[in-house]
Design a binder for this molecule. Sequence first.
Ligand SMILES: [Zn+2]
Length: 528
Amino acid sequence: MKMDIIIKNGNIIDGSGSKPYKSDIAIRNDKIFDINHYNETDIEAEFIIDANNLYVCPGFIDVHSHADVALLNDGQHASGIMQGITTEIIAPDGLTLAPLSKNNYELYKWYLSGILGTPKNEYDMSSLKKARLNYDNKTACNVAMFAGHGPIRLETLGMKDIPLVGKQLDNAKSLLSECFEEGAVGFSTGLSYYPNSYSDSNEICELMKIAKKYDKPMSIHLRNHNTDRAFHNGGILEAIEIAKRTETKLHIEHYKPDFNQSINDVLDPVDQAKKEGVDITLETYPYPVGSSFPQAFFPGYFHEGGPEKMLEKLKDKEERKTLISKMIETHYGNPSNNVWTHINSEKNKYLEGMLFDEVAEMWNISVEEMVCKVMYEESLGCGFRGAPPRNIKTWRQVEKNVMELLSRPDYMIGSDAIPTGGLPHPRAFGCFPRVLGRLRRRYNFPIEQVVQRITENPAQRFNLHRRGKIIKDNFADIVILDKDHLNDRSTFEDPNVHPEGIYWVIVNGKIAVKNEKTTGILSGKAIP
Ligand SMILES: [Zn+2]
């Protein structure tokens, strides 16, 4: 029987965490047909890849990607596929564009433009099923989706500052059921974003009763907004309490110690809860600072009514004053020491790459005033990242922590990539190779262990059917790399650079990356 592809002589890391072994892999249609040693005479193939001295891994799975719109605008998605990411799980933090009726779609598309960018074309996002079809066979990687808290709340109550109860809560629950029926791999929420943060813990418990029925996890960005509405004042304890009360699976987004914390500080409550039987997994990314959009600095009242109302508040001098005083009072993060990554207009494009403090000084206004001015002038189409620490010792500590976290069997990688704007956070281009190349070598972790965390682990957690492992009859999602020369090349100063050392990427049996170049083949599926 003729094969489509044979990968010869590779060192196979199967994704289970077992030691690498040498063999050939035969691929036929979209599946791994067999793993065996072949002689040239045994078997014929359309295409033979010589993987001598190279490592052959299952395709990487990114459990936290904000590429919802980036993938629609450019299905090639070079920033991800060149890292070896064969499956993107989009719609984390509850921030996504489905399921939304026409008006709410327009509203949320605008509201999220600072983080997701803006779709170039029209899309039907009225249900999760329709949204998923927008990606099916149109992207280089597979796409799985969460059911996002944001759209579910918008559809039931709009941008209103009250927790869901009664009839509206019932509507939200049936909408969530529908999302699970239509293929959502979990429920996601981000409790420093809106309208998600208008919720209280009870609302989330009620929604998680539906997730329990479908045996789906909650992927949560821990609460720091409206903490008075939460069990134990939000944060990790709220998330654990919700999982405990509803007996559901919990997945904690971007969870690692801050500069002033130790690993034990953050993991003690997690390990305590696990001892009590709570099912918890976690994710992190290997950089010292994050990235977001400026809406996250503002309290609930600012977001009420959506973008149009928000711009009115920003425009009016008195309102802006009130807004700034509330922003300082609630202190949802410090706007100083950040850098603009994404600016919509040509007029202000030059701000990309500039420090907030610098822009404020240039305009002779406070940082808070500067943020308001840019948001107003950009009509919310702007985003930022943190400025990385100048002390290399701090970097090293963060990186060491990340690798230590990844040695735990309950961790995986979520890049939290925001592939939008001219100077994005480097995680959008370098996250996976950074962990698997540079940091693995520096801290001397076994490659098969790191690979397991980014393949089998996420596939199991989010129930991605026949993915995450190199075994017979699984889908042929495969990365072939040189483990000693694998490096991220994306930096804070020059982020839009692809990694080196990832030679081949195969998605559903088709070659997406050949000799470190994209082929233009878009064989990604909407999964699971
Ligand atoms: Zn995120």
